[in-house]
Write a protein that binds this ligand. Sequence first.
Ligand code: NAP
Length: 292
Amino acid sequence: MEKRVVLITGCSSGIGLGLAVLLASDTCSRFKVYATMRDLSKKERLLECVRDCHIDTFEILQMDVTDQQSVMATVEKIKEQRVDILICNAGVGLMGPLECHTYDAMKNIFDVNLFGTISTIQAFLPGMKKRKKGRIIISSSVGGLQGVPFNDVYCASKFAVEGFCESLAIVLQHFNVHVSLIECGPVSTNFMDNLQRLDPSDSSLQSVDSDTISLYAQYLQHCKTIFQDVAQDMDEILQVYLEAIEAPVPSLRYFTTQFFMPLIKLKLSCASGSEYVQAMHKFVFSETKPKE
Ligand SMILES: NC(=O)c1ccc[n+]([C@@H]2O[C@H](COP(=O)([O-])OP(=O)(O)OC[C@H]3O[C@@H](n4cnc5c(N)ncnc54)[C@H](OP(=O)(O)O)[C@@H]3O)[C@@H](O)[C@H]2O)c1
């Protein structure tokens, strides 16, 4: 059976690394995986996990999604191969009161999460359209569907990814190219450690009013509880990606958890948005579980 060629971005850690290992170790060798990462000095962990994989099923390539030359160099390197499944997974977070974020920090979030995703898809889409076949899978987030306090810029970038993908999916139907967004809630990866997060004691918060600092401290506590109570294991998450890869006709959205569904449904059913804002405020600042 011909292998399906998969290219994944952001494979140095977390979901990207897990996916690369899962697909490269497939017992029926159904995939050839190109695991890409921006910094090849981080490849040891991945190499350790795929020790037994053959070059036929696994290769690591350098690719920084914010660097056009690096993206095009990857297209060039594998041009003899078609990419059947493109997984845009690279992403970064930013947390804290808005007035403390620097312009560069905010721009970096959009450069990686939005423009990195767009330029990766732009680079590999012509081949898929030509062959009238392909799958594009994106590591999105429930934060791409609902606003989350103190994650304004991160959510904005993921909302933008959602709008981009939903729009693109309509045209790509004509080309038998399917777009799927994986709506992750909290996942036990290093994402929280890797994101740029301000701590209440941080000097850059000194100029922020005390009410905001106090709300932010409450949010961090809520976040800790949520991660402790509902963060999903990697294996659970990877099965959802596999579902999108294997489905005869994949959906536009896959939810990895039902936990946030009441809030998402409330948002979709009350067009004014006020109900959602109130419910999210209550959930974060005075409850631990979203109400049905
Ligand atoms: N974990 C969660 O709770 C959660 C929840 C919802 C959505 N997600 C989404 O899931 C995706 C993966 O996150 P994760 O949890 O696996 O976190 P992670 O372990 O921090 O992985 C993020 C990956 O993105 C890479 N990356 C960052 N900037 C890049 C760039 N310019 N070019 C290429 N790669 C770059 C990182 O590489 P470096 O090692 O070089 O930084 C790393 O490999 C992200 O899109 C995130 O928004 C995660």
